[in-house]
Design a protein. Structure first.
Length: 301
């Protein structure tokens, strides 16, 4: 089934009805200006913040946190260009080819000068995208562009001294072509990662105790490492990864050259686990980026 053949998934969010009885049911709320304005129905494909983006990515939209419906109301979603762009992934991010991970910082719109009643900039924001270490921005985009990008996941949000932020990680389109060979030995499980069948091995993961990941997580990591074992000269640079990453709960990272250790605390989905990773071809920043992207995927919301 192609994107154009995907059945319509209307996300019309009707404005909640006004309750004249008031919160206590006794009618003490007797004044409303609602009759003097048009309906404020919203579109579930036009998120305006992190929470509504998560809802839209997981099909849990509810009124509040979205831009207004641009169409003609209920029943018009099938012909709406907003939904068409969503279903065909039109207008998504122009994702850089050399990284699986981006840092998104929320930049609120500046207030409109002399706005007397309802400032259109209120509650609106754009996203400033950069490499995961926070290098100079590479692009500025909007929330719906992230939603329209195929195969993306987002981390938990955090707030630091600069702004609200979160990670965006993309799933590798070639992950199904990778190979993961697993062998359980007593209290340990060994996983060998190959960027493709009959291709060079890129890493060996050894899980002490239970595994706190799925096979597709390892396939994504193997795809991100594709090319590192194909003759690229090691950079020789010493890369430093923070022991804990914002927006990535329950995971700590330690490393020593071509050896890394992930310690994962017990979560709702997985038991506690310690994962030793031996990189077959340690390429400095490229390997570090693949490792951080792997950690983000394990805890993506």
């Amino acid at each position: 089934m192609t994107d154009l053949e995907v059945p319509c998934m209307p996300a019309f969010l009707e404005q909640p009805a006004y309750g004249s009885g008031g919160p206590d049911g006794n009618g003490w709320t007797r004044l409303t200006l609602g009759a003097h304005f048009d309906h404020l129905h919203q579109c579930g494909w036009r998120p305006t913040h992190h929470t509504s983006l998560f809802e839209a990515l997981t099909g849990r939209q509810r009124w509040g946190g979205y831009e207004r419906c641009p169409g003609d109301g209920p029943g018009a979603c099938a012909a709406c260009p907003v939904q068409h762009r969503r279903l065909t992934h039109d207008g998504g991010l122009d994702w850089p080819a050399d990284t699986p991970l981006l840092l998104a910082r929320v930049r609120p719109w500046p207030s409109t000068p002399d706005a007397l009643f309802a400032d259109q900039a209120s509650g609106r924001s754009t996203l400033e995208l950069s490499a995961w270490r926070g290098d100079p921005p590479i692009a500025t985009t909007g929330w719906k562009e992230v939603l329209n990008t195929p195969g993306v996941q987002i981390s938990w949000r955090w707030q630091d001294e600069e702004s609200e932020a979160f990670w965006i990680v993309r799933n590798h389109s070639e992950s199904d072509a990778t190979a993961v060979l697993s062998e359980h030995d007593g209290e340990r499980t060994r996983h060998e990662l190959y960027s493709g069948r009959d291709r060079a091995r890129t890493a060996i993961l050894t899980c002490d105790g239970a595994c706190a990941h799925e096979t597709y997580h390892l396939q994504q990591l193997a795809a991100d490492l594709d090319g590192l074992a194909d003759g690229i000269a090691p950079s020789g640079e010493v890369t430093v990864i923070p022991e804990s990453l914002p927006g990535v709960p329950l995971i700590s990272i330690t490393q020593d050259g071509a050896h890394s250790v992930l310690r994962l605390g017990r979560s709702r989905d997985y038991p506690a686990s310690t994962v030793h990773i031996n990189w077959e071809s340690h390429e400095g920043e490229l390997t570090a980026t693949a490792l951080v992207a792997h950690a983000v995927r394990l805890t993506a919301v």
